[in-house]
Write a new protein. Structure first.
Length: 502
């Protein structure tokens, strides 16, 4: 504290003020990071792009939007204007101007174009105003929603009803088409995951004045359509069943019988960093069954999408940003790993957040993962697609087991050194699988001082795909086929690595 304050307040008051400030910081509620996303649904894929609120209006980054619907040919950026060649169409935008030029047509957006952290941002109505002129595919968008359906997409919808039953309430969800559902409980809520089918809700939120159910929310912000049911009190049981071939879900929310032990899952707050455990819905024949308690804990795989927020990372000639490319890749890897039913997956970054190195390490170390994979993209030369796998290289000779600090306390900057052997095994397993992808160049694993890996208390590697540079287009890296091949190779590598663990 500056000496001037000490002279004014006196030593006793300084002590009291410091104590008050310390207690205030201790009891101040932790800030919850929230990322809103916009989902682009296509007949065989979906893409998530972060939304940003600017002056009480929602905006989307222009280049990622264009890249999900087609190919950016070239662009010319000046101080106050941007010209983009998209196929045979020229798009002209100006900062702080709501008028844009698409081909020969002048269009007016609801809000002016902005630049935020070096990115050109367009208001959400760009989706309905400009996109129809840039793609020949039909576009379906409900004003005020955060999803759009492009092409021959036939989304399902649903209705919700809440009825009283003895000692509880019954939730009935009627879908227009069959959905393949799984359930989970986490953080005091129940989740109904609706499979891969696109969903267009007529209403996104249903609120009730009820002693058992507070509300039901539809959410697909992570690309996984789901219903989130919030109970009105703790200690309630949740009994979901399906009927009519998957078109109806009936879920009873009940008080547990006083004379019987609880059989169904009561949602409890999870440990920090854990993800919901998915269970298949019982009752395919319509019988009523309670949700089974979770089985033995599955090993955890942590996936880290590099960069984020204002940290854009590398950029390609066709305006693909590293932060967006690796987030898209991580989403595919996550689904592939979960599909095995053998792992839980924890993400260090969800949405467009700028996470620090230590924040990523903390998120990983809290869940004691079996493997940590961080994803990056960069300039790997003129050969593309290409992939490199790195394990951590300490700045000085690594610790030997005899030099390891006694007890539980390992220096934060040296914790990865305790896992270098297994990290290299993981890197080798990944290389062996990635090198089998047709047309890809996979260099031998290498050690490198990758900062993200330094403080991870688990086998950890960095996976870099390329080339992503201002001299090359990155279209091949963004295709679902390529990314699914990467995801499948990673799943196989994890299985081989897990099988080799002694």
């Amino acid at each position: 504290m500056p000496q001037a304050f000490r002279r004014i307040l006196g030593p006793k008051r300084v002590f009291v003020l410091g104590l008050i400030l310390g207690l205030g910081l201790f009891f101040w509620p932790a800030r919850t990071l929230r990322s809103d996303n916009f989902v682009f649904y296509f007949p065989t894929s979906r893409h998530i792009i972060a939304l940003e609120e600017i002056g009480q209006a929602q905006y989307l980054p222009l280049m990622p939007v264009l890249n999900v619907i087609g190919k950016v040919g070239a662009l010319q950026e000046k101080r106050r204007s941007l010209t983009v060649w998209f196929g045979k169409v020229q798009i002209v935008l100006r900062v702080d101007n709501s008028a844009i030029q698409v081909g020969e047509t002048r269009l007016n957006l609801a809000h002016p174009v902005r630049i935020v952290n070096g990115q050109w941002m367009v208001p959400v109505d760009f989706v309905t105003t400009a996109l129809p002129r840039l793609t020949r595919e039909p576009i379906e968008y409900q004003a005020g929603s955060s999803r759009v359906f492009i092409g021959d997409v036939k989304p399902t919808s649903f209705s919700v009803r809440l009825d009283p039953v003895p000692n509880g309430a019954r939730v009935t969800v009627q879908f227009t088409d069959k959905v393949n559902m799984t359930t989970a409980s986490s953080n005091g809520k129940w989740y109904l995951f609706l499979g891969d089918r696109p969903v267009e809700p007529l209403e996104s939120s249903f609120r009730f004045s009820n002693s058992y159910v507070n509300d039901i929310q539809f959410d697909d912000q992570d690309g996984m359509p789901k219903l989130v049911i919030t109970p009105a009190a703790s200690g309630l049981n949740f009994y979901p069943t399906v009927a009519e071939g998957g078109k109806v879900v009936v879920a009873d929310v009940l008080k547990p019988p006083p004379s019987e032990p609880q059989r169904a899952v009561t949602p409890q707050p999870p440990e920090a960093g854990t993800a919901p455990v998915l269970e298949p819905l019982p009752g395919q024949g319509g019988e009523e069954m309670p949700m089974a308690p979770a089985g033995p804990a599955l090993p955890v795989v942590v996936l880290d999408a590099g960069h984020g927020g204002v940290n854009l990372g590398a950029r390609s000639r066709d305006a693909v940003l590293e932060k967006d490319l690796v987030a898209q890749l991580v989403a595919r890897v996550r689904l592939a790993v979960l599909a095995t039913g053998k792992y839980r997956v924890v993400l260090t970054r969800v949405g467009d957040l700028n996470m620090g190195f230590d924040e990523r390490a903390v998120a990983a170390n809290l869940v004691r993962p079996q493997a940590f994979l961080t994803f990056h993209a960069g300039n790997l030369g003129i050969t593309s697609p290409r992939v490199m796998v790195y394990s951590y290289q300490p700045p000085s000779p690594p610790l030997t087991p005899d030099e390891a600090p006694p007890g539980l306390f390992v220096p934060w900057t040296k914790v990865q050194q305790m896992h270098l052997g297994r990290s290299r095994e993981l890197a080798l397993a990944l290389h062996q699988q990635l090198s089998q992808i047709p047309g890809i160049t996979a260099d031998r694993p290498a050690d490198a001082p990758v900062r993200t890996l330094r403080s991870v208390n688990a086998p950890a590697v960095a996976i870099e795909i390329g080339s992503l540079s201002v001299d090359e287009d990155a279209a091949v890296l963004t295709t679902p086929t390529f990314q699914n091949q990467i995801a499948a190779a990673i799943v196989n590598a994890l299985e081989a690595f897990r099988g080799g663990h002694t």
